[in-house]
Unconditional design. Sequence first.
Lengths: 161, 614
Amino acid sequence: MAKMINVDIEKCTGCGVCELQCSFRHHGEFNPLKARIHKTIYIEQMMAVPVLCRQCEDPWCARICPAGAITKGIDTHSGAPVVTVSEEKCVGCKMCVLACPYGCISVGDGGVAEKCDLCNGVPQCVKFCLRGALSFSDAAEDMLDRKQKVADALLTAYQEA
Amino acid sequence: MMYGWTGNILRVDLTTGTTTVEPLDRDKAKNYIGGRGLGVKYLYDEIDPAVDALSPQNKLLFVTGPLTGTGAPGANRYVVVTKSPLTGCIANSTAAGDFACTMKYAGYDLIILEGKSEKPVYLWIDDDRIELRDAAEIWGLDSEETIKAVQKATSLRAKVACIGPAGENLVRFACVMNDAGRAAGRSGVGAVMGSKNLKAVAVHGTKGVKVADRAGFYQAMDAAFKTLEYEYVEEFHQTGTPGVLSLVHEFGVLPTRNFSVGVNDFADKISGETLADTLSVRKRMGVACPGCPVACGRVTKISTGKFAGQGFGPEYETIGMFGSNCGVDDFEAIAAANFVCNRMGMDTISTGNSIASAMEMFEKGLIPESDIGFPLEFGDADAIVKLAQMTADREGFGDVLADGSYRMGEKYGTTDYFMGVKKQEFPSYDPRGLQGMGLGYATGPRGACHIRGEAQDLDLYGVMNWRLTADRGLEVLDPLRSDDKPPLVKDVQDWFTMIDSCGMCNFMFFLMVDEDQMRQLIETATGVDMGGYEGFMRTGERVFNIETLFNRRAGITNEWDTLPKRMLETPMPAGPAKGQVVRLAEMLPEYYELRGWDDNGNISDAKREELGLA
């Protein structure tokens, strides 16, 4: 399986560095409201959850786009699947905003749809996530790692029982 | 168009209810940067430092820095600047949180609050729309309730800074609280807010922060993040500030029973490791302030028993003051006392330290039991929680504690048991085993403090990877040596002034982001050339000196640059620092000379001219 931005909720501290770096990269300013990744903090539980575009296999945003501006392709730098918006074709109708179940596409000041484009293969949110809650990695391998962690915990429990 | 800075000041006259937006003075911004420096400069220019801190003539400033709200690591701070009702000196208390960044996103570098409202009000800032609203219904609520109520009345996305009952009751060390348990903690800035009948400031902002040199800023930011990728940061993340308790105890300087000794037999029961493994809601894990890759914050929960509850903290200083310094080894009681302080909006350091002082004075027979209402002995876990609440409410003996332990000493005939400087209580380091810290405490413009020149870091960690130590070819420092400390303390004070001014958290620098990296961040964000390392340090020196000028004009002479008799005359009775006193008399003359001050601690004309201080 190819690379994607994976989230390990266990490690997220809610710092929002991802939001700041995303808006700086795409809009040249630090502004969480313009970021294409968004974290929600559940402070009483000391948890936080980042939400970002999943680069769907069959993206609803692309399906619904009347201008044919949204397409699914492969990022040439990283080989990762990516859903991109053509600024030339986009008419700013916001149908994609209605369609996306994750709220991860929006129409900003520029009048065209904006979404995660993987930053030419080096996602800045991932690069600056020092706690490792975000990783740009092979999803299948990521899942194997998680399964191994579960196995480790099971073994410990078994031995202690 | 300004970069880094927003270029706007919001001025609110609470007496008349008028609000105006005015441009930021570019020269002041260039020479004093922001946060602590810029706030002090504006306050110095706008009020007579001799005014009563709780009178309408005092002003209350909320100030961000040019890096606040940017992606520089830990650039999330604002500073509350005013004249302190506790010390009579300059007060500048910093806090992190969404409030600081959002104030910047709304478009303001400073909010200047002046006068006094006739009735309780709160300020609601929604980008350019500014409104003073009636606060009758929220007056009296604790800080957590206030934040929720104000958000409900304005916007759930609003970020709120407020006072709790302690600020309303003019407790001399009341805080301004914001977001999740964050506090502009020291010197009673919350009491000044209370004296103005201002309950809260809510802010919502949609604008971003732009920088002057995008590529340059990215490079500086990248470099700063890279320096934070090493193992100690991971440790700090896991145990937070309480993690330093074990180290402080190892040096024999963990204040115990009102600073009578620096070691005890229960330090491991109240250590950061213990907290991270027990009361912490998530084990060995911290939560972050905005934009911070370290995440040292803590949420703790006590599930059952008389102290059951949940809240933020406790941080190291709180554990030291309510814990070891009160002789209390019950972590649940320490956390519960912390929760009370957070909700009431009250400085945990001054509260804990003052209670310890009262405990000693009671045990020595100086405060009668009838005044307190019960026997107040060291180690009384219930008493710290109870007295914290009474202090916030100014109920019974709490009314005495609410004026701080210096004034309590005056009331009962001796200030010998006040452990602090300039009427502000010590934080959690006994300076007898940390000579540099002793000098730092004595000379700090806002009184005893651990973050206005972290001299304790030099002493505790030997040498930090800072240019000011590297340039001197230092490899290791001896905390018990005093002759090498004056130049280091001066420089570290000047440098930390810059940290508090730029809008970044000082832990970034404690964790190795260095002077040049910070200078590059400020320069590329603002487009202002700071004149290299020398110019950068001179800016810090300028701020430090104007704070001292403020104090002198407020009538605070250098007679206050001293330590309690116990620190100067009573040798540490036990532990690694046994036999030590702070050799302040040896260090102070050299320190004054390095500062360009005369023997009376007054700034020489030559130094004023060099720094451009009128």
